[in-house]
Design a protein around this ligand. Structure first.
Ligand code: CA
Length: 696
C-alpha cells in the first residue's frame, strides 16, 4: 500500500540548490552521525534535539542578552490548513523541513520562507473506513543520509528524498485498526531509524519500538517493552526477566508501555535510550493484580544501537498506577559530580523527580523533586527506588495525588545549556484525584474507547501557579530561578551561548529570558497560542530563530476545560511559521485576537434528557471528548460542536461522524456507532449548546 502526494516547484528547487551550493549539480549532502553530533556546525539544525545529545543548545551568540530586544520578523509563512503545530523543524543547507497537521511535510527556503516542495502522506485516505482517534499533530521528523523520515498518524514510517520530497520507501509499523498512533519524531542514527507508537489509553496492546534500515526500510530489530503471554514462549532472556515482575494474566490487557516520545542516541556508547510509557490500564490492580514492578513500564531502557539488545534499565515509577510515563526527552550531558566527571543522562518525567543517571552503568546518581510531589517522599539512592507515601496507590478508594496524568513535565522539550550548567524545564503544577471505587471488577479496555481503569480529575494545586518555567541545576539538584506562569502546557525551550532561553506560551507570547537569571528580556505577541519549541541556525552570517505557531497537543482539545479560556479556536487564527532575526522588519497581518465559539440558537430542536444523558456517555467514552473538549466546549484542536450546523442535520451528522466525510480535516470516522448513539450524541451536544446560550 502506498499513499502520498508530492508537489514540487521546479524553479524553486533549482533556486534552492543554486543558493546553497553555487551549482545546480551539487550532490545532496550525506548526513551521518558525526554531522548530527557536531555542535560547532552553526548553519544547520539536523535533529529533533539539535544534536544527538538532545540538548537544544546552540553556540550561536550573535543574538544575545544585550541585543535580543532588536529581534524582529525576518519572514513568515501562513499555514491556513493546519491546526496544532507542535513540531521542531530541521534546517539543512539553507532549507527548512517541518511537519504540520495531518503529517504534511514541507520544505521551505530558510532565507525567505518560500515553499520548495510539499509531501502529503494522505493519512485521510489510509484511514478511510477505519475507526481512529488522535493525533493529527506531529512533533517532528529526522534526517540521515540524503533522506527525511516521518511517522504518520496511521502508523507508517516514511522515507523521503530530501531534495525532491519524493517517497523513497514506506513501511507499516503496526497493523491498521490496532488502536495505535504515531505523533512523535523518529530517531535516525547509525544507518537506522527508530520509531515507537502511542495508544495505551485507547487500546489493549503490547508496546514495542522498531528500528528500520534507513536505505531500504527493512526491519533491523524490534524491542518489546512488556513481555507477552508466557504460553507463547518468550523472545529472549530479557523478556523472561521482565515477565517475573508481572502477575496475573497481564497479556490479556496488553500491558502498555507505549513509547511515543523520548528516543535518544548516544554516540559515546553506541546505545539508544528509550523512555517508556505507562501501564495499560493505568490501574495496576487491574493490570497485574498481585503487584510487581511491571518491567519495562515507565523506564529508561538502554539498547544496543546495532542489535536492539537490552543493556540496562532504570525504572522511574516501579509498578506504576498513575500514568507516570517516562516518555519525556532524555538529554545527554557530561557533568562533574563530587569532582568526578560523569557521562550523564538527564530526565524529568511526569512523576515530578529530576533524575541524573550514569549512562555508562545505568546507575542512579541523584534524584530530587522538581515539582510538588506527594506520591513518594523521596528516591532512595541506595536502592534507586522511590519511597512511596502510604495511600498514594488509591487502593479501593480515592486519593489526592500529585503530579497528575498530565505530568509535572510532558513532551515539551527541556533544554540544557553547558555554559550556564542549567536545564530549562516547562513544568506543570497540577493535582489529581484518582478514584478506584467506581471501577467494575470485570473492567475491560475496548479498542478506541478511552480506558484508564481508574476515575480521575485534575486541577491546579492550590496556592501554586498553573505552570513554571524553571532553570534547574542538575548537579545541586535544585532550581536556580523560576518564572511562575498563569497556564500549564508551556512550550519547549531553546537555549544559546548568547545567554538566552526562548520559550513560547499558550498565551501567544514568545519570550526570551536571561539564561543565568531568568529576567525577561524580550517578548513577541504571535496572536495565537504557541506549543512548539524554537530552533536557531545561521544563514549568510545572520542568526535566525524559527518557530511554528499553532496551539496544539493534548491541552488544545480542552479535555480539562481550561484551554478554552485563551480564545484560540479551530479555523479562527492563522497558523504560521515565523522566523526572527536582529533588525528583522517584516510586518505580519494581525490575528483576530481571542475568538470564542458562539453556540447556535435552534428552538426547533427538542432536547430529550434521556437521550442527552446517553449521548454524554458516548461523548465521554467514545473519545469525542479527546478532541472536542469537556462539556462540548472546544479549543484550538477541533470545531466547537455547540456551534456546528452539522449537529442539527441528522444525515449530515451521520455522514461526518459515522462515514468520515471530514477525514481530510482530521475528523476520524466512527463506523461502529449506531443510529441511536448518533442521535444521543446530537441531543447531548444540543443540550450543552442550550446551557451556554441560557446562562450567558
Ligand atoms: Ca499515558
Amino acid at each position: 500500500m502506498t499513499s502520498g502526494r508530492s508537489k514540487i516547484s521546479a524553479s524553486m528547487l533549482a533556486l534552492a540548490w543554486l543558493s546553497m551550493s553555487g551549482s545546480i549539480y551539487a550532490a545532496e549532502r550525506n548526513i551521518d552521525d558525526k554531522a548530527i553530533n557536531d555542535i560547532n556546525n552553526k548553519a544547520d539544525w539536523l535533529a529533533y534535539g539539535h544534536t544527538h545529545d538532545e540538548q537544544r543548545f546552540s553556540l550561536l551568540n550573535d543574538v544575545n542578552a544585550d541585543n535580543v530586544t532588536k529581534l524582529g520578523v525576518e519572514w513568515y509563512m501562513d499555514l491556513p490548513n493546519d491546526t496544532g503545530l507542535v513540531s521542531t523543524p530541521l534546517v539543512v543547507d539553507g532549507i527548512m523541513y517541518f511537519t504540520g497537521s495531518m503529517n504534511v511535510i514541507r520544505a521551505v527556503d530558510a532565507r525567505t520562507g518560500k515553499l520548495i516542495w510539499e509531501y502529503d502522506p494522505e493519512v485521510y485516505k489510509v484511514l478511510e473506513g477505519q475507526q481512529q482517534v488522535m493525533w493529527k499533530d506531529s512533533r517532528g521528523i529526522s534526517t540521515y543520509g540524503d533522506k527525511l523520515f516521518a511517522g504518520t498518524w496511521d502508523g507508517r514510517l516514511i522515507a523521503l528524498d530530501r531534495a525532491t520530497g519524493k517517497l523513497v520507501w514506506e513501511t507499516r509499523t503496526f497493523p491498521l485498526g490496532s488502536g495505535l498512533h504515531i505523533n512523535g519524531a523518529p530517531k535516525a542514527f547509525k544507518g537506522k531509524v527508530l520509531i515507537g507508537n502511542g495508544g495505551s489509553e485507547v487500546s489493549p496492546n503490547r508496546a514495542y519500538v522498531t528500528a528500520y534500515d534507513t536505505e531500504t526500510g527493512k526491519q533491523a530489530w524490534r524491542f518489546y517493552i512488556v513481555p507477552g503471554n508466557p504460553a507463547d514462549g518468550f523472545e529472549d532472556a530479557t523478556q523472561e526477566m521482565a515477565a517475573k515482575t508481572w502477575t496475573g494474566e497481564w497479556w490479556k490487557r496488553g500491558g502498555g508501555g507505549n513509547t511515543w516520545h523520548g528516543l535518544t542516541y548516544d554516540e559515546d556508547f553506541k546505545t539508544v535510550y528509550i523512555g517508556t510509557g505507562n501501564g495499560s490500564p493505568w490501574n495496576r490492580k487491574l493490570r497485574s493484580p498481585e503487584g510487581g514492578d511491571n518491567l519495562f513500564l515507565c523506564s529508561i531502557v538502554a539498547l544496543d544501537a546495532d542489535t536492539g539488545q537490552y543493556k540496562w534499565h532504570y525504572q522511574t515509577s516501579p509498578g506504576e498506577t498513575w500514568d507516570y510515563n517516562s516518555n519525556m526527552d532524555i538529554v545527554l550531558a557530561d557533568i562533574t559530580v563530587d569532582n568526578k566527571p560523569i557521562k550523564a543522562l538527564l530526565h524529568a518525567p511526569k512523576n515530578g523527580f529530576f533524575y541524573v543517571i550514569n549512562r555508562e552503568t545505568g546507575k542512579l546518581v541523584s534524584a530530587e523533586p522538581f515539582a510538588d510531589v506527594n506520591w513518594a517522599t523521596h528516591i532512595d539512592l541506595k536502592t534507586g527506588r522511590p519511597v512511596e507515601r502510604e495511600g498514594a496507590r488509591y487502593e479501593d478508594g480515592s486519593e489526592l495525588v500529585y503530579p497528575t496524568p498530565w505530568g509535572a513535565h510532558s513532551w515539551h522539550a527541556m533544554s540544557y545549556n553547558p555554559t550556564t550548567g542549567l536545564v530549562y524545564i516547562p513544568t506543570q503544577n497540577l493535582q489529581s484525584v484518582y478514584d478506584d471505587t467506581s471501577v467494575p471488577k470485570d473492567w475491560k479496555l475496548e479498542k478506541y474507547n478511552l480506558g484508564t481503569g481508574v476515575g480521575f480529575s485534575m486541577e491546579k494545586i492550590p496556592n501554586r501557579s498553573w505552570g513554571t518555567l524553571q532553570a534547574w541545576d542538575p548537579i545541586k539538584q535544585k532550581a536556580v530561578w523560576k518564572v511562575d506562569q498563569d497556564f500549564p502546557w508551556g512550550a519547549g525551550t531553546l537555549t544559546t551561548a548568547g545567554n538566552l532561553v526562548f520559550q513560547g506560551e499558550p498565551t501567544g507570547l514568545f519570550k526570551a529570558y536571561d539564561a543565568k537569571t531568568g529576567s525577561l528580556l524580550w517578548k513577541y505577541d504571535a496572536g495565537l497560542g504557541i506549543s512548539a519549541p524554537a530552533i536557531t541556525y545561521q544563514l549568510d552570517g545572520k542568526q535566525m530563530i524559527s518557530l511554528l505557531v499553532g496551539f496544539g497537543g493534548g491541552w488544545a482539545s480542552n479535555l480539562t476545560g481550561v484551554a478554552d479560556k485563551y480564545g484560540w479556536s479551530y479555523g479562527a487564527q492563522t497558523r504560521r511559521l515565523i522566523t526572527f532575526s536582529l533588525d528583522g522588519k517584516v510586518n505580519i497581518p494581525k490575528q483576530p485576537g481571542a475568538v470564542f465559539a458562539q453556540p447556535l440558537i435552534d428552538e426547533g430542536f427538542q432536547v430529550d434528557d434521556v437521550k442527552a444523558d446517553a449521548g454524554a456517555a458516548v461523548y465521554g467514552g467514545k473519545t469525542c471528548v479527546l478532541c472536542h473538549g469537556a462539556g462540548a466546549v472546544a479549543a484550538a484542536m477541533a470545531p466547537d460542536l455547540r456551534a456546528s450546523l452539522a449537529v442539527l442535520d441528522k444525515d449530515g451528522f451521520k455522514s461526518v461522524v459515522h462515514d468520515g466525510a471530514r477525514l481530510r480535516n482530521g475528523m476520524p470516522a466512527f463506523p461502529k456507532l449506531t443510529d441511536d448513539e448518533l442521535t444521543a450524541l446530537r441531543h447531548y451536544i444540543r443540550r450543552e449548546a442550550r446551557k451556554a446560550i441560557h446562562t450567558d
